[in-house]
Design a protein around this ligand. Structure first.
Ligand code: ATP
Ligand code: MG
Length: 656
């Protein structure tokens, strides 16, 4: 039973009362996962988890739920640590599932995407439209000499040409590497060179907060120092004036549109490479994560079918940018494999007003909405009045990814967006994992702030430094068994692949996150392994102190770091962003310190609290603690190319 919510909830109340949210009977009984369990004579979720421990059985059984092979696999898994091959012997191409197969069914004229530009234009693309556009671009790429194994760089904003480009590459066996359009020339150049792209697909510019951001200009500058790029296909989005290099640059509307709308899909091996994608760079130099067709298709499509329970009638909206793995897996590949209709929005979530997202949700009758804690906190800061301007009654499921969600933000999302009806799927995963790993299903009782338990077929566990299993308590997150959507390595960096993930404890994938397991076996992600404060012999997650601060009604965001202290080891320094219209004061500073002490114990009371306008974040929206720490300690900032708001770092100076 969902209880009446108090006006102000605190982490204390939530956790001490051990509040658990149970899904409704209807939700459980109509769910995709329940149907599968019934078909397999499995009665409870625990039984499903138990059965799925036989990973070769489980992952051998589920592909028929989601994919169609050209030729079926002869073997489910070959594990040559640290390299896995899945579905050996299968002939496959993910584009067959994402596009081709639908054109032969009633879904041919179903909408694959409903796209809305920031200025308000709407484009609707059916599966048949998508099929023809993908084929045209695939033929264009072939005409440029691109074929199996060649790398194509894609530097596009949230326009339909982005999924079309990815699918066109995959169709002919080329490898795509998408670079988030928020990167400037330097970030793009570094990635284009690292992945050795031969062709780049970009556009003239993009719309952001009512302004045109020139993109081709950045691309030109990047390619000057990345001579491996020989041809550039330019899509027209804004008509912003651009410079042109004859012999290298080609207009999409001239060169691509004249190609044939028919193109054979390359029959690949299920283990051929699909894409390279660079991680967010929260912890250091970005890593070129490699994913392959077959296992990735099965892993992403099954997880979204079960976790988000997508059915043909749903309108799915994942608000991530396709430039990150969330968009790759859960805007492009998995929803298309399932034949779903997705909403795709180009612009800023608060433009022209803070209710833009809620307006879109109402307009298209979105039923499942998936976003990030950073976005939820932003909307909390604007206030729930913006949500209530719109009818969001079509929603039935919500989700989050990217960081641990503060219980306070969870409750806000649950109460004001989901109207206490919609379960929240808190999905833990990484660029490297390709698909969700730890996440509830719509049949799972939820605890705000916990991603619950590893999904069936995944072996995530908590281990101490010596490699002992932690049944209850804190430790490092590891994945002892391989899984289908797992990375196949780091591009051109086999040593880094081994040392980063496979060298701490033997035979296990090190995720790099700290986690706590409670008495019910629920996982509470505490943040990155290197984001742990050591205060007077205690280990406290920076995230936990931040969460305590965010649970104060006046606080919108917070970042916390440790500063060396001669006696305590580290003292806690907090930077706090207040909610709209509130003024900093010494009293408030005191109040916040006491609030943390009350929530978490005196040991966690920050020694210093500073008020700032914004906290530094990665372009993927994660708080960049390492930069705040470096700034406070007067150390070198290092690579800041993944930073979204460099001015926030300057702000830290004034505060100190
Ligand atoms: P880099 O590896 O370059 O530092 P990154 O780790 O930020 O970048 P991603 O792969 O986009 O790049 O992010 C994965 C990380 O995001 C996870 O390791 C975890 O720290 C965090 N994360 C993602 N989802 C969740 C979640 N639901 N709960 C808690 N943390 C999450
Ligand atoms: Mg990472």
């Amino acid at each position: 039973m969902v209880r009446e919510l108090a006006e102000k909830t605190t982490i204390d109340v939530l956790l001490q009362e051990k509040r658990v949210f149970h899904p409704s009977k209807d939700m459980v009984n109509s769910s995709n996962v329940k149907k599968w369990m019934d078909e397999h004579g499995i009665k409870t979720y625990d039984e499903l988890l138990e059965r799925a421990k036989d990973i070769e059985w489980f992952w051998g059984e589920v592909p028929k739920e989601v994919v169609e092979w050209y030729e079926p696999p002869k073997k489910v898994l070959e594990w040559n640590e640290p390299y896995a091959k899945w579905y050996l012997g299968a002939k496959y191409n993910i584009v067959h599932d994402a596009v081709d197969k639908h054109v032969k069914t009633w879904r041919k004229n179903k909408l694959a995407f409903i796209w809305e530009g920031e200025p308000g234009e709407v484009r609707k693309l059916t599966y048949f439209d998508l099929y023809k556009q993908v084929n045209r671009l695939a033929n264009a790429l072939k005409a440029l000499g691109i074929g199996k194994g060649d790398v194509v760089g894609i530097y596009l904003p949230m326009v339909l040409e982005l999924p079309i480009s990815m699918l066109a590459c995959a169709k002919i066996g080329a490898i795509h590497s998408v670079v988030f359009s928020g990167f400037s020339a330097g970030g793009l150049q570094q990635r284009l060179q690292d992945c050795e792209a031969k062709v780049l697909i970009t556009c003239d510019g993009l719309y952001r907060r009512g302004q045109v951001v020139p993109l081709k200009e950045q691309a030109d500058e990047a390619i000057e120092k990345a001579p491996n790029v020989k041809k550039v296909i330019v899509s027209e989005r804004t008509k912003y004036p651009i410079s042109w290099t004859e012999g290298r640059d080609l207009w999409w509307h001239e060169f691509v549109d004249k190609q044939s709308p028919k193109c054979e899909t390359e029959r690949l091996d299920a283990n051929d490479i699909l894409y390279i994608l660079y991680t967010s760079g929260t912890t250091g130099k970005p890593k070129g994560v490699v994913h392959a067709h077959g296992g990735y298709a099965v892993g992403t499509a099954l997880t979204v079918k079960w976790v988000f329970d997508i059915k043909d009638e749903d309108i799915w909206w994942c608000s991530a940018d396709i430039g990150w793995v969330t968009g790759h897996s859960y805007i492009v590949y998995a929803p298309l494999i399932l034949g779903a209709t997705s909403v795709m929005y180009e612009g800023a979530p608060d433009h022209p007003q803070p209710d833009r997202w809620w307006e879109i949700g109402e307009k298209y009758g979105v039923t499942i909405f998936y976003t990030a804690p950073t976005a939820i906190r932003m909307h909390m800061r604007y206030g729930e009045k913006w949500v209530y301007k719109h009818d969001l009654s079509s929603l039935r499921l919500l989700g989050t990814v990217g960081e641990a969600i503060n219980p306070e933000a969870w409750m806000w999302y649950h109460k004001h967006v989901g109207k206490e009806r919609c379960p929240i799927m808190d999905t833990w995963w990484q660029t490297e994992t390709g698909s969700f790993v730890i996440s509830p299903l719509p049949i799972t009782p939820l605890k705000p702030g916990s991603a619950t338990r590893p999904l069936p077929g995944f072996s995530a566990g908590v281990f101490d430094e010596k490699g002992n299993v932690v049944k209850e308590g804190g430790g490092d997150l590891y994945l002892p068994n391989p899984w289908p959507a797992m990375l196949r390595g780091l591009y051109k960096a086999p040593e880094r692949y081994k040392t980063t993930y496979w060298s701490r404890l033997p035979h296990m994938y090190l995720a790099g996150d700290k986690v706590r397991k409670d008495e019910d076996g629920y996982f509470w992600i505490q943040g990155r392994a290197d984001d742990i404060l050591k205060v007077a012999g205690h280990r406290i997650g920076n995230y936990e102190v931040e969460s305590a601060l965010v649970s104060h009604p006046k606080v919108a965001e917070a970042v916390v770091i440790g500063k060396p202290h001669p006696i305590k080891g580290e003292s806690i320094v907090a930077f706090v962003v207040l909610k709209e219209g509130l003024k900093p004061s010494d009293e408030l500073r005191k109040e916040l310190r006491e609030h943390v002490a009350k929530e978490m114990g005196k040991i966690a009371r920050p020694s210093e609290v500073w008020f700032v306008k914004d906290v530094p974040k990665t372009r993927s929206g994660k708080i960049m603690r390492r930069l705040v720490r470096a700034k406070v300690l007067g150390e070198k900032l290092g690579d800041i190319s993944t930073l979204k708001n460099p001015e926030a770092i300057d702000d830290i100076t004034y505060a100190v």
